[in-house]
Design a protein around this ligand. Sequence first.
Ligand SMILES: [Zn+2]
Ligand SMILES: [Zn+2]
Ligand SMILES: [Zn+2]
Ligand SMILES: [Zn+2]
Ligand SMILES: [Zn+2]
Length: 553
Amino acid sequence: MDLESSMAYNLRKRDFLNKKIPNLGSTSGSDNESNDSTHSDPDYGKPMPARNNGRPSGAIQRGGGIRIGDTAPASSSKHAATTQKRRPGRPPKAKANGAEDRLGNIEERCTRRKRKNISQSPVGCIYKRTVLAWLISLGIVGQHQKVSYVDEDSGRILAGGKIRAEGIVCDCCSRVITVGDFEIHAGRDTKKPYQHIFLASSQISLLECQIEAWVDRKEEGNRAYNNVQPAPEATDKSDDACMVCADGGNLVCCERCPSTCHSSCIFVGDNISGDEWLCPYCVCKYCARGDGTLKKCTHCEKQYHCKCGGEKLDLNSPTSLFCGDSCKQIYEGLQSMLGVRNDLVGGLSWTLLQRTEPIFTAHAGVDYNKVVVNSKIAVAWMVMNECFVSSIDRYSKANVVQSIVYNIGSNLTRLNFSGFYTAVLEKNDEIICAASVRVHGKRLAEMPFIGTRREFRRRGVARTLENCVESVLCDLKVEKLVIPSLQQLTGMWTEKYLFSNIEEDRLKMELSQYNTVTFPSSVVRLQKTLSTLPDLNGGPSPSETNEGSLNAI
Ligand SMILES: [Zn+2]
Ligand SMILES: [Zn+2]
Ligand SMILES: [Zn+2]
Ligand SMILES: [Zn+2]
Ligand SMILES: [Zn+2]
């Protein structure tokens, strides 16, 4: 059994895809669900338990915020508040017994503006996961539309071609090539091909097309901030689900933010000392106190007292502050890798992405790298969206996987995914595998989701990407990686991939101090110590993976 078959459950239904989407072509590998390299949370897709007032909870408010529902039925003694600091959350959820598949029609999702003289190919739009295919799906450019590579200085046209979802058909060689290769065929190597390739009809560059796509209303909706607000009739502003386990029940409320927790999940027992409880993100990470002036770390988002450790305001870079040297090094290491393409063998490359805005500033103009990274985030979301059933947080209705891929923030710590990065594996210009990674500091990183496109499964693709991610984490001196796993697959993870169960209370206690993505109790969390470079047997050769990470940092 390999990695490709290790994390499979709750995936998009294949037969559905085959039925609904025309001309997908033949599929490689078996049709067994277990050949997918993905893990997901079946419970997120489940509907909210019924409320006593019949009002749908967590409905979107007019202002666009997601509101916190009211309390659970008071008739249940299980949920009765025992102290002032506690509140009845939503009823604890039942064991996962299969999630409903909420797959919508992908074809319908490809909204296309009707434009004159643009021929559209729904097959290409659905089938390929490239920046060009994304532009086609939004109707910004058309399949077969003519493009020219224009020399920056002279304004001369150096090459011509036609747009396809998978690349550009080059006039000089009649082959479909990547956007980067098209620039090479034009005799240039600026590494900014999208900036120099123009639509022949309108003289708009493919970079400007990406900016237009990024501010498209539908695309903007994909990255809306998760502003969780209490329902008008709610008795308090606190969350209805535990920030550690996402379950309801008898919850302790943070006095400063909407986060709540089971006392057992944070290992404090039933007697919370002092007058108030503050969650791990509302206290100093060093002394665990919440008094005095607290600064917030740009990387791990924990707070700290300057006297306890960490940086005071740096006038040279007032936009970032770090709780310590390790967070600063990890943050700078990851940020320096953003958008840097790391070539592997076989036409494969991997790239680290994170949505960053704004994409232009008054003094520096458009940031080419940010525009392209953001476009690839949009494409990575298309890949993740076809791999996973919609993971809707039952309480806030936030789309969890989408929020993670777009690293969307929230006023609720549990739903604050702003620290996430997305690692993508590309074959030529096409994203074939994507993984979500968040580094909480030198002690811990998490990789809750990794998904491979259907036709690329069973080829070691996910393992290649996972190795690249592990190499980077090792280089950044991160100590542990945690992943979610199905109960029945933990044996394979522990034996072949050197992950182990999180058994010691000390580690569980430590984990409860971090804002990791919450999974239902049916999902087992595994950990791996990253003191050595990953075992690359069966994956790419060591040199190729090392090269990938070393070149980038
Ligand atoms: Zn050519
Ligand atoms: Zn809990
Ligand atoms: Zn708090
Ligand atoms: Zn402190
Ligand atoms: Zn930090």
